[in-house]
Design a protein around this ligand. Structure first.
Ligand code: GAL
Length: 338
């Protein structure tokens, strides 16, 4: 009996230790059930006092197809995973909110396809949660955006379909909602050469037809947009597949541009390689003074499921935005807003 009690206590102690309090770069980040968080190329939705982290749920073997002429390592599509958190550190798995469609080989969400960089936003007018993602054929020739909707942040999301926004290719992508409620899709287009900013309709389901071409011929990928002190910022990577390269930050007075390149915001160890990671999203932590987190993926191209995360706070000192390297840190280190 005593032995059973002891075992139960040990189990409880180990379970509470899953509630991580620190963010450690490239570490095995466990959810509250003790499983590694599986949400790659992800984004955050803040809704009703909770954070939701959506990402590529990469499961199973990573393969390089026989026909590959470049390093298009892939896993079968499983779907989009969702985690929830009160503090951006402790994450509870909410399930696969947009699952793969296994019984129709033609479907965009069939395991044989590619599903990347899902982002979810809330539409105040319709009361719907809207997901946009990069939907692809296995050889990356389709280059479309897929859209899904849900009545709840934890799904299930209903897939509506895919298209090329403004008849242009759409690969790495994000969604940005401005303070006035207008939303924009930002996507690598024209064979990843040029970044499109596509204004969306009031229901966030389609492009309005208004768009701008930005960073023309500069091959920017992995876009992440945020607003600070009334200006728009765009963090992006170069275009080298799963391999890391140098990040770049740009600033604009309007979301549609003109964008002015500021340079590499990363500083410290391996800053020229974005700390061996690639941008995916930038998220403010509410209630914390000046805490804004830049989220990156540290891809493990030969074992994609085991790719890790690099999350770093932006530094706003001296009127400049930088992303200094820190091995580990905690939101608790930041003062609360008064
Ligand atoms: C990267 C892109 C990733 C993924 C990868 C495939 O450039 O940012 O999301 O598409 O290429 O090689």
């Amino acid at each position: 009996m005593k032995k059973t009690m002891f075992l139960i206590l040990m189990l409880l102690a180990s379970m509470t230790s899953f509630a991580q309090k620190e963010i450690e770069q490239g570490a095995r980040w466990l959810d509250t059930a003790g499983n590694p968080i599986n949400a790659h190329g992800g984004g955050i939705l803040y809704h009703d006092g909770k954070y939701y982290w959506y990402g590529e749920y990469k499961k199973g073997e990573t393969i390089l197809p026989d026909w590959a002429t470049w390093e298009c390592y892939r896993t079968d599509v499983t779907g989009v995973g969702c985690y929830s958190s009160p503090d951006m550190v402790t994450w509870t798995f909410e399930g696969i909110v947009l699952p793969a469609v296994t019984d129709d080989p033609e479907h965009d969400l069939h395991p044989s396809k590619v599903l990347e960089r899902p982002k979810v936003v809330y539409n105040k007018k319709t009361g719907k949660f809207v997901m946009w993602a990069h939907v692809e054929s296995a050889d990356y020739s389709k280059a479309v955006a897929g859209v899904a909707v849900s009545d709840s942040p934890v799904g299930p999301f209903k897939y509506i379909g895919s298209f090329r926004p403004n008849d242009a290719m759409s690969r790495d992508q994000t969604i940005f909602v401005d303070d006035d409620g207008k939303a924009y899709q930002v996507a690598s287009s024209e064979n990843n050469q040029t970044l499109y900013i596509n204004e969306l309709t009031d229901d966030y389901l389609r492009p309005t037809g208004k768009y701008t071409r930005n960073f023309i011929g500069e091959s920017r990928e992995a876009p992440a947009v945020f607003k600070h002190d009334g200006k728009y910022y765009l963090l992006s990577s170069g275009c080298t597949g799963w391999d890391p390269n140098q990040a770049e930050l740009a600033v604009a007075d309007s979301i549609m541009g003109e964008w002015e390149t500021i340079g590499n915001p990363c500083t410290g160890t391996d800053a020229d390689k974005t700390f061996y990671a690639q941008s995916t999203y930038v998220q403010p932590v509410y209630g914390k003074k000046n805490l804004v987190i830049a989220m990156f993926d540290r891809w493990n191209k030969k074992d994609l499921e085991n790719s890790r995360y690099v999350w770093l706070p932006l530094d706003f000192s001296n009127g400049k935005i930088t992303i200094p390297w820190r091995e580990k840190w905690s939101p608790a280190d930041y003062p609360d807003n008064n």
